[in-house]
Design a protein around this ligand. Sequence first.
Ligand code: ZN
Ligand code: ZN
Length: 283
Amino acid sequence: MSTTRLILLGTKGGPRPTPHYRGQPAQVIVIDGVPYVIDCGSGVADKLVLAGIKLPDLRHVFVTHHHSDHVLDYGNLLLLAWASGLKSRVDCWGPPPLVEMTRLAFALNRVDIDVRIADEGRPDPRALVFAHEFATAETVMQDERVRVTAALVPHGPMKPAFAFRFDTADRSIVISGDTAYSEVVIALAAGADILVHEAIYLPAIDRLLARNPNAATLRRHLIDGHTTPEDAGRVAAAAGVKTLVLSHLVPGDDPAVTEETWLGEARKTYTGPIIIGRDLLEI
Ligand SMILES: [Zn+2]
Ligand SMILES: [Zn+2]
């Protein structure tokens, strides 16, 4: 019997490190024991280990888009999996320039890699990792465990930006990625068991902007490129999903914005089960 597990690894949006417990965007779907990582915010390798995933088991990595909170540790995840014993193939999937980023990540760490190959007898990681790019909505990959479908979502000038749907034998899971309210997500998530949707709480924006003093047009980005929890509930209801999970919370570090805050907003528009994301929460 097939088993599909979803584990949230990082549940705050944005790259700015904070002293609070939410890490940067990442999640892993484990299908029959095989991990499929979606997004690689800072700390993703540590979070995978904390979640009980063995890094050498890494098999597939997906990237929704190239904002740094989603790819800061893309190369580091590959390198750390290799340093932890990786000796089998890894396929990475995402928008351009993922192929060049993969090559550059290995170039950045060339000294370490070459010394460890010669000194420690490790295999060459550059021969284990294969990056694949796509720029349109399509079935991105399919194997014996899962079919992964991508949809183009609106996320300001960040183009392309993708949402992903994972259909396995026992579950369907949609990851919205970063997106404004979108009919595209509704269509992608139609009838899904789980929709993991990003959310921004607009009443807290002024306090958030005060913590980002060098970003003159950040307010416009936050409002135009993201989705309120009320609208995320609207998407979940229109798509008829069985469970809504709010993650990529913005702000993810404001003690005045509690789980009850997020829940109350999404509850206005969606009557099904709602889970407010927490790092390392398995769903
Ligand atoms: Zn983001
Ligand atoms: Zn983004």
